[in-house]
Design a protein around this ligand. Sequence first.
Ligand SMILES: CC(C)(COP(=O)(O)OP(=O)(O)OC[C@H]1O[C@@H](n2cnc3c(N)ncnc32)[C@H](O)[C@@H]1OP(=O)(O)O)[C@@H](O)C(=O)NCCC(=O)NCCS
Length: 216
Amino acid sequence: MKLLKNLYHLFKVLYKKDIHWNYYASKEDQTTIDKNARVHKVHFFYDVVVEKGTAIGPNARISFATIGKFCSLGPNLVCGWGIHPLHGISTSPVFYSTLKQAGFTYSQTDKIQERKPVRIGNDVFIGANVTILDGVTIGDGAVIGAGAVVSKDIPPYAIAVGCPIKILRYRFSPLLIEQLLVIKWWDKDDAVLRSVEKNFFEVQGFVDSFKSAAMV
Ligand SMILES: CC(C)(COP(=O)(O)OP(=O)(O)OC[C@H]1O[C@@H](n2cnc3c(N)ncnc32)[C@H](O)[C@@H]1OP(=O)(O)O)[C@@H](O)C(=O)NCCC(=O)NCCS
């Protein structure tokens, strides 16, 4: 009886005419995801690069973005979804874009730059439900608090929250940040990456070990 009921529900879902399968399937266009990165389903990526060690939570909608190494991006990220002009008669792309976002267009030409690339550095942590606007750069080591709208560039190692977004503080002192940005540990080989794990809470010691080994 239960099996029959389940089959009946499956049949109903499969034959529902207004079902939008796009909402249930991930889609990647012009996208490169490193083999050592993980992206949860369902996601929709257009023109995205995801580098090694990065993990992206479910329901990410990302376009025109490069995402560096060892980033952690929380669920429901919306990133780089385009610009609408505010100084024309209308904000609708029907009148300024040939891309037919509404299924048709009156526009003979593309009147504005609709997309600007987003750059997310390395070792960036982004909390749940964040929106990143076009053209924004988030520096290496930065943290974006849950629910933020990232409307401007965020410097390396800043912890930024809220809407409008504000810098709460920095993860480390200016000197330590400068040293980490010189070392760029995320670009090093496996031996160095293992020492990140070994020295995890000994950040200054980790940085100093590069100085003594003259590896910077
Ligand atoms: C941004 C974040 C990392 C800051 O952590 P923290 O440094 O420990 O911050 P605190 O808890 O000490 O809070 C400091 C202040 O910022 C505020 N704050 C913290 N997170 C905030 C956020 N996401 N949005 C707005 N304000 C926030 C706090 O209310 C507090 O305000 P107050 O000084 O007026 O009391 C953290 O709050 C956050 O948002 N983490 C993401 C969680 C998440 O999405 N996890 C899923 C991961 S997949």
